[in-house]
Write a protein that binds this ligand. Structure first.
Ligand code: ATP
Ligand code: MG
Length: 256
């Protein structure tokens, strides 16, 4: 695998983000926003303790190309909500629609395919595969999608170049700094050209200067790839970079 960065094989998202013509017919029928959640409830049933009613009617719309920050006290249910929005978990009641598709109507396999193709995730801890290089980590979602190894390598190489890691392709996670690991995670999140990027405390594990770099990268990549971003954070500086800030409190989401 060479260190050379090929000429932009990743599609540049310069088209009008309100015209998502590149998605399968029907998926965004009627101009559906990338993500709409209505009346979301999530209750955890304690084995010994009482029921925990964490989300109690959350309504949320993420529009094409926008960035929304979700803040709230620790334990308020931000990660719970993000998991529902990303079709990683199912609500106790209410609905999540991704590009107009009701997640509840999908089988586990179909939900996995939807996540793979339409949603990029960045978590507080990078969750990179430790025995794989940066390049291989970024290639994984593309290979899962069915891309050829060559195509996956080209796209992953280009993305790692965009996140400033063109010279670190062969490094394993332990051979990268915390900030670099998060950069790989951002590249991996975008390799399949999703239209939604969900981030949960993406800078929570980084020092102030590195946190700033990763914040800037996140917004730069959001613009470059035309994705809609929902980011959960305790970091005020990061929240302030979003167009809207919503607060989760007592199970509902309100404008700040
Ligand atoms: N799988 C689970 N089973 C039972 N309770 C859970 C489960 N996941 C989360 N909880 C509880 O739900 C509440 C919300 O958790 P969540 O992780 O969503 O909070 P958070 O807002 O992301 O907090 P933080 O800012 O600390 O990350 C917590 O009280 C937690 O203990
Ligand atoms: Mg959390």
């Amino acid at each position: 695998m060479s260190d050379a960065v090929p000429q932009a094989p990743v599609n540049e998202r310069v088209a009008d983000p309100t015209q998502p013509a590149r998605f399968p017919a029907g998926e965004t029928a009627g101009g559906a926003p990338p993500l709409v959640a209505q009346g979301l409830h999530r209750t955890y049933r304690g084995v010994a303790g009482p029921e925990l009613r964490i989300l109690r009617g959350v309504d949320f719309t993420l529009n094409w190309g926008e960035a929304v920050a979700i803040v709230g006290a620790s334990g308020s249910g931000k990660s719970t909500l993000l998991h529902l929005l990303g079709a990683l978990d199912r609500p106790s009641a209410g609905s999540v629609r991704v590009g107009g598709t009701d997640v509840a109507a999908l089988s586990e396999e179909e939900a996995a395919e939807l996540r793979n193709k339409r949603i990029g995730f960045v978590f507080q801890f990078h969750h990179l595969l430790r025995d794989f290089t940066a390049l291989e980590n970024v290639m994984v979602p593309a290979l899962i999608r069915g891309d050829s190894p060559k195509a996956a390598e080209l796209r992953a190489t280009a993305l790692l170049g965009q996140v400033g890691l063109g010279a670190r392709l062969g490094h394993k996670p332990r051979e990268l700094s915390g900030g670099e690991q998060q950069r790989v995670a951002v590249a991996r999140a975008l390799v399949n050209e999703p239209y939604i990027l969900l981030a949960d405390e993406p800078t929570g594990d980084l020092d102030t200067a590195t946190s700033r770099d990763v914040q800037d990268l996140l917004f730069e990549m959001k613009e470059r790839h035309g994705v809609a971003l929902a980011v959960v954070t305790h970091n005020r500086e990061l929240a302030a970079k979003a167009e809207r800030v919503l607060r989760l409190r007592e199970g509902v989401l309100d404008n700040v």
